[in-house]
Write a protein that binds this ligand. Structure first.
Ligand code: HEC
Ligand code: HEC
Ligand code: HEC
Ligand code: HEC
Ligand code: HEC
Ligand code: HEC
Ligand code: HEC
Length: 261
């Protein structure tokens, strides 16, 4: 992870007080520190309005428009500068880019608050965000009313698959035999930021499938899934449902209703 665009200017500006979020949220007791810009102070959202009218207007309805960062220096004017850093020098210079942080180039300013996501992108299997090959905004719209929407494609993603489809066409294309699980979204099986499991799966073994495909124990103790006796044929001992050679095409198939090919 580079620190470019994060600590701006020569030399690190003074210490930044760690801020404890006291509101009731999933990142409660998280250290929330806005990025620093040497010699700059916080100007407040209203100051951005003049030149960035559209972003400032839509921001009120965004997830972060409701976030309160209790930093005395931000004087209740929280919002834009929690991600972009204090704007006074950017404004005074008429919009010089070297005096404002753009987290679209470096995710670091998102990760200071989202420590859980920071941990996830460093798990063994991950989207290459920490490596700088991908960025949060390829899947999240930071200013709009729906943060789960990719700003460029404009398609809802949290439950749907379109955002993933823009990069993963092969897994997302329509098939003759569709797997109904796909309707619930890619995140039914994949963790979007990272996972300890190969292919970023949320479960490493057949439990991934069994949460929907309940096993029915037959009277003799055999395991029956989908009306097929998986014990009698020794299926269950071969590996996972997809790696054992039985249902490798879990994303759907054009030839096999059981996703065998
Ligand atoms: C949650 C963090 C976050 C907050 C809060 C935020 N932004 Fe941004 N902003 C971003 C990210 C990320 C990008 C990069 C977007 C991209 O590359 O698509 C960005 C980009 C921008 C840009 C450059 C757009 C461009 O076309 O290059 C402007 C201007 C901007 N933001 C203004 C604002 C203003 C004004 C506010 C407050 C009303 C604000 N932002 C609040 C994260 C944030
Ligand atoms: C006086 C007008 C003005 C004000 C006020 C202003 N900006 Fe800007 N801003 C600009 C201009 C002009 C650019 C485009 C600079 C360029 O493309 O070189 C810009 C670019 C940006 C960018 C993109 C930087 C990048 O690296 O791509 C961000 C982010 C941004 N502004 C955030 C803010 C925030 C946050 C505020 C309020 C604290 C703010 N601006 C207030 C004029 C302004
Ligand atoms: C100043 C701290 C801070 C920064 C910086 C920040 N966030 Fe957030 N973010 C929050 C808080 C607080 C919430 C609301 C959490 C909640 O309600 O559980 C939130 C909510 C979110 C959500 C929605 C979570 C949900 O469950 O609906 C997403 C996605 C998100 N942030 C992504 C980002 C991205 C991407 C960036 C950088 C562009 C970023 N955040 C920067 C504090 C921050
Ligand atoms: C590959 C697409 C993708 C990228 C890149 C991505 N996210 Fe997400 N993110 C998602 C999806 C999809 C969800 C919804 C997960 C769900 O519904 O189970 C999500 C959820 C979240 C949430 C809500 C809490 C949670 O973990 O479910 C936060 C906060 C968040 N993302 C922050 C970030 C930040 C910060 C970055 C950049 C470091 C980032 N995301 C990069 C796809 C992505
Ligand atoms: C902006 C492009 C982009 C988007 C959007 C995107 N991905 Fe990815 N995905 C990648 C890249 C790049 C890799 C890493 C490929 C590599 O390292 O060779 C990857 C890897 C993966 C892998 C692991 C592949 C493997 O062979 O190990 C899975 C699974 C995955 N993505 C699922 C998703 C899901 C689910 C979504 C939607 C939440 C999504 N991706 C959205 C670009 C994207
Ligand atoms: C029912 C669970 C499930 C759903 C839903 C699902 N996947 Fe997968 N995905 C898997 C499994 C299991 C693998 C591992 C296959 C293997 O190792 O052969 C995988 C592998 C992948 C890979 C790695 C390349 C490959 O084909 O092996 C990518 C990329 C991927 N999935 C993307 C997606 C996307 C994008 C979506 C949504 C459109 C999605 N997946 C929905 C279970 C699922
Ligand atoms: C979110 C729930 C869900 C998950 C997770 C899920 N499935 Fe499915 N699957 C379904 C539904 C719903 C159907 C269609 C109804 C049925 O046949 O049970 C289906 C159908 C199937 C079929 C076709 C059954 C037939 O008789 O035609 C196979 C094979 C299958 N799934 C395998 C898997 C495998 C392998 C996994 C794990 C990688 C998995 N499923 C994960 C919900 C799920």
């Amino acid at each position: 992870m580079t620190s470019r665009g994060w600590w701006l200017g020569a030399g690190v500006a003074g210490t930044l007080a760690a801020i404890i979020l006291s509101s009731c949220s999933s990142i409660e007791r998280t250290v929330m520190a806005p990025p620093m810009i040497e010699g700059a102070s916080f100007a407040g959202n209203k100051a951005c309005y003049e030149c960035h009218t559209n972003y400032t207007r839509q921001f009120a309805s965004s997830a972060h428009g409701r976030v309160h960062v209790p930093d005395a220096r931000m004087k209740d004017q929280t919002g834009c500068e929690s991600c972009h850093g204090p704007g006074s020098r950017h404004i005074a210079s008429g919009g010089n880019r070297s005096f404002i942080v753009n987290p679209g180039r470096d995710s670091q300013s998102c990760l200071t608050c989202h420590v859980q996501v920071h941990a996830e992108i460093n798990l063994p299997y991950h989207h290459p965000i920490a490596q700088g090959r991908m960025n949060c905004v390829q899947c999240h719209d930071p200013h709009g009313s729906d943060i789960m929407k990719a700003s460029k494609s404009g398609l809802a993603m949290s439950r749907l698959n379109e955002s993933c489809a823009s990069c993963h066409r092969e897994q997302s294309k329509p098939r003759v035999y569709e797997h109904d699980a796909m309707r619930e979204g890619c995140t039914t099986c994949h963790s979007p930021h990272g996972s300890i499991n190969d292919k970023m799966l949320i479960e490493r073994d057949s439990n991934l499938c069994l949460k929907c495909h309940a096993q029915v124990p037959a009277s003799n103790g055999d395991v029956v899934i989908g009306k097929v006796n998986h014990s009698a044929l020794g299926f269950a001992s071969r590996g996972t449902c997809w790696s054992a050679g039985c249902h490798p095409n879990v994303h759907g198939s054009n030839v096999s209703p059981k996703f065998h090919y």
